[in-house]
Design a protein around this ligand. Structure first.
Ligand SMILES: [Zn+2]
Length: 152
């Protein structure tokens, strides 16, 4: 990723952050980082990166090995509010809510997985909730309801 882009997002995110776990910040998708920057500006609360670029198994469909996914949480924002805020940003084609994630402080804050996968963001498998480790529930119908202004 271009140093100019990191410079742009530097008020909130730095590749050499001692806290954020980018994995390899140079492999992160620019569109994703810009979207994350805009989300951070929108919520007005700190967002911390639990996982950026990361190798996964060959069977994995994860966007993390492509640098197109980031897992974030805020100690000052409930995961549901973070989910609602992230839903407003079209750049995040994939959006997962994880209610059980622990922050760097060891406290359960929950958080969201955001990714810039290609394709239709309305795809049913592009929006999910994980209420516990290893458990995933599709909640794609919520996205359609949100797009309709909250009326299902
Ligand atoms: Zn993730």
């Amino acid at each position: 990723m271009h140093s100019a882009l990191w410079k742009h997002v530097a008020p909130y995110f730095r590749p050499d952050s001692p806290v954020d776990r980018w994995g390899d910040p140079s492999k992160m998708d620019a569109e994703l980082i810009l979207g994350l920057y805009e989300l951070r500006a929108y919520v007005g609360k700190p967002l911390y990166v639990l996982c950026g670029w990361e190798l996964r198994g060959p069977e994995s469909a994860s966007q993390h090995p492509l640098g197109r996914a980031v897992d974030v949480y805020s100690p000052e924002l409930h995961w549901f509010d973070l989910f609602l805020a992230a839903s407003r940003f079209d750049v995040f084609n994939g959006l997962g809510v994880y209610t059980w994630w622990r922050g760097h402080d060891g406290v359960v804050h929950g958080g969201v997985h955001l990714d810039t996968r290609p394709g239709n963001r309305m795809a049913p498998d592009a929006l999910w909730c994980s209420p516990s480790r290893g458990t995933y529930e599709p909640i794609g119908h919520l996205r359609a309801a949100l797009a309709a202004g909250g009326r299902a």
